[in-house]
Design a protein around this ligand. Structure first.
Ligand code: FRU
Length: 469
């Protein structure tokens, strides 16, 4: 089949062909970044999971490698589900979930356990002899025996730990912690966190790491109830800043917040690189949204831009990696554009970075329209009255619609946006990464217009644009 190019992204990692979901095994190993991913190599739909594999030296330009894991053993016969990577004694270990069906019902008839594969070169992986390394009989009472998955392994104080997502069978997500000295033998160390009914009925893809002396827990709850403007997707992400007590097997925290406020951001995974940066990438889809490229395009699924995670007070901020700047071309710059109403800007494109600073002045509402042609438009707007930033894709193109909102405060009357548009994606970093909104859009190829609008007088203080290829 011909791989259709219409919506193929210019500067994001996406499936080479057929299906991609979660990022897996994200690691910096022997001078390269490795990203593995949930992959069905035969069709652009979810199927028995393999691990796809790509490498990069700058997290922007990727080279595909052969599939790293395929379901070919008793202990992973119906899928090599999500997991993570860790380096030990110069070797690269992948820890992943084996998915095993026990009957015909996909929702009910299965169980899950944890396995290990190892490589000397980061390319060819061998599953270890002693799999599974965490068996179902090591699941504590009160945790699901079906949903027991997505190991994220890390080292702390001379031991290895792994966090796993599960639920209590009563509608609450939980996270389990196990400890090991060698990655092969694991013992249960505690149920470190549990939903109180408001945080979703199953927790997937936990990630626990240290940042400036604090412990951060990121995870992906399913069916988390909406809270105000937050958590309007069936599959959300949330983070907690707290502290992990490995002796007591408890993680304590006060508050939780969304990682991303847009439509398409799920199962984020982080790693730390040789420069000490904590970097996150996520699947730029969720389970409940349509993926128009499944039909006739022969591919489905992409990753977000790599983002650096930083701590700012009691919040995380997310910034695009520096490396993106090397891919800029055709710089454009304008200053002090007075606005009242709708106006075409002097720029256009389907693959670019925009940096815009708005001065709100008297305006009731102001914003940008991207990927405009005829009736088609993707609308980003802000209203000082309700302090809500809006990302609306009702008229953005094929397949999708809806609006997501997030609370944003002006800073000295200013709103700063850094926006990355790729052929079928938009990522908006608001007020220097305080909030991020990610979404897929599928506009026509002629939809390249860029407009600004306001209701009442306001000003664009500065407008910078680069094409990104
Ligand atoms: C998250 C997830 C994981 C699972 C994988 C299966 O998107 O449901 O919990 O391991 O996808 O592909």
């Amino acid at each position: 089949h011909l791989l259709r190019q219409d919506y193929r992204l210019n500067y994001h990692l996406m499936s080479e062909l057929n299906w991609m979901n979660d990022p897996n095994g994200f690691v910096h190993y022997k001078g390269q970044y490795h990203m593995f991913y949930q992959h069905y190599p035969y069709k652009p739909v979810w199927g028995p999971m393999h691990w796809g594999h790509a490498v990069s030296t700058d997290l922007m330009k990727w080279e595909y490698l052969p599939v790293a894991l395929a379901p070919d053993q008793q202990y992973d016969r119906d899928g090599c589900f999500s997991g993570s990577a860790i380096e030990k004694d110069g070797k690269l270990y992948l820890m992943y979930t084996g998915h095993i069906m026990t009957g015909p019902n996909k929702e009910k008839d299965y169980y899950q356990l944890q396995n290990l594969a190892v490589s000397d070169d980061g390319v060819r992986f061998t599953k270890v002899d002693v799999n599974p390394v965490i068996d179902v009989k090591q699941i504590p009472d009160g945790a699901s025996e079906k949903d027991f998955r997505d190991p994220k392994v890390f080292e702390k104080d001379g031991s290895y730990y792994v966090v796993l997502g599960s639920n209590d069978g009563q509608g609450n997500g939980i996270i389990l912690l196990y400890r090991s000295n060698d990655l092969f033998q694991w013992s249960f160390a505690g149920e470190i966190a549990r939903s109180d009914g408001s945080l979703g009925d199953n927790w997937e893809c936990p990630d626990l790491f240290e940042l400036e002396g604090r412990d951060i827990l990121i995870m992906s709850p399913q069916r988390m109830p909406a809270q105000g403007n937050d958590y309007h997707n069936l599959h959300s992400t949330t983070y907690m800043i707290g502290s992990l007590d490995t002796d007591k097997g408890k993680f304590s925290y006060n508050e939780y917040r969304p990682v991303d406020y847009g439509f398409d951001f799920y199962a984020p995974q982080t790693t730390v690189d040789d420069k000490g940066r904590r970097i996150v990438m996520a699947w730029m889809e969720t389970w409940e949204t349509a993926i128009p490229t499944q039909d006739g395009h022969h591919w489905a699924g992409a990753m977000t831009l790599p983002r650096e995670v930083k701590l700012s007070g009691d919040r995380l901020v997310f910034e695009p990696l520096e490396e993106v700047k090397a891919y800029r071309s055709n710089p454009y710059e304008a200053h002090s554009i007075a606005m009242d109403g709708l106006q075409d800007l002097d720029i256009s494109g389907d693959s670019y970075e925009l940096q815009v600073v708005f001065e709100a002045q008297q305006a009731e509402e102001f914003g940008l329209k991207l990927r405009v042609h005829g009736e088609e438009e993707t609308v980003l707007s802000y209203r000082p009255g309700d302090r809500l930033f809006r990302f609306n894709r009702d008229k953005a193109g094929a397949g999708l619609g809806g609006e997501r909102r997030c609370d944003v405060e002006l800073e000295n009357g200013l709103l700063a946006l850094r926006i990355f548009v790729d052929k079928s994606s938009v990522e908006i970093f608001i007020q220097n990464g305080e909030k991020v909104m990610t979404g897929r859009i599928y506009p026509g190829q002629q939809s390249i217009g860029i407009q600004a609008f306001s209701n009442g007088a306001c000003q664009i203080q500065s407008l910078l644009k680069w094409d990104i290829k």
